[in-house]
Design a protein around this ligand. Structure first.
Ligand code: 5GP
Ligand code: ZN
Length: 136
């Protein structure tokens, strides 16, 4: 299913041009227009899912297999020193385009990016409480 007013539906299905690295029946992989680093790419499903929670389980599995394939090739071809795979869900987590996409970000020594978080401190009791909240 496509969503009429969704830019990534249009890009994924070829209605709006993008620099395509890979395409099959289910996905298109494009270069990001505002790249964090050289080669920053996005895996877009051709069907519209707003986020991870809407993505069917089989598609989750397929997207990670494709991510591994792309990351391997990109690392080799671009001589990357590392690789981040990132996926944002909802505005609070930094999602700006509400069509599921997985970021493929090649990393280079001294590329000047700060994709990691700021660690905080936590007590054993707080960890215990959080664990209980999740698993109970
Ligand atoms: P988000 O913040 O939702 O996880 O990521 C959205 C990403 O899409 C951003 O990295 C942004 O640069 C990229 N982006 C937004 N609009 C376009 C577009 O029209 N074409 C391409 N190729 N990338 C886009
Ligand atoms: Zn869409």
């Amino acid at each position: 299913m496509k969503k009429d007013d969704c830019i990534f539906c249009k890009i994924a299905n070829g209605e709006i041009p993008a620099k395509t690295l890979y395409e099959d029946d289910m996905f298109r992989v494009i270069l990001d227009l505002g790249p964090a680093t050289k080669g920053h790419a996005l895996i877009l499903p051709k069907d519209h899912y707003a986020n991870l929670f809407e993505l069917p389980d089989e598609t989750c599995a397929d997207v990670m297999k494709l991510a591994k394939k792309m990351a391997t090739r990109m690392t080799e071809r671009l001589h990357a020193d590392g690789f981040n795979i990132i996926q944002n869900n909802f505005e609070a987590a930094g999602q700006t385009v509400m069509h599921y996409h997985l970021h493929l970000i090649p990393r280079y020594e001294d590329d000047g990016q700060h994709i990691l978080w700021n660690p905080t401190t936590v007590t054993q009791e707080e960890l215990e409480k959080t664990m209980e909240e999740i698993i109970k």
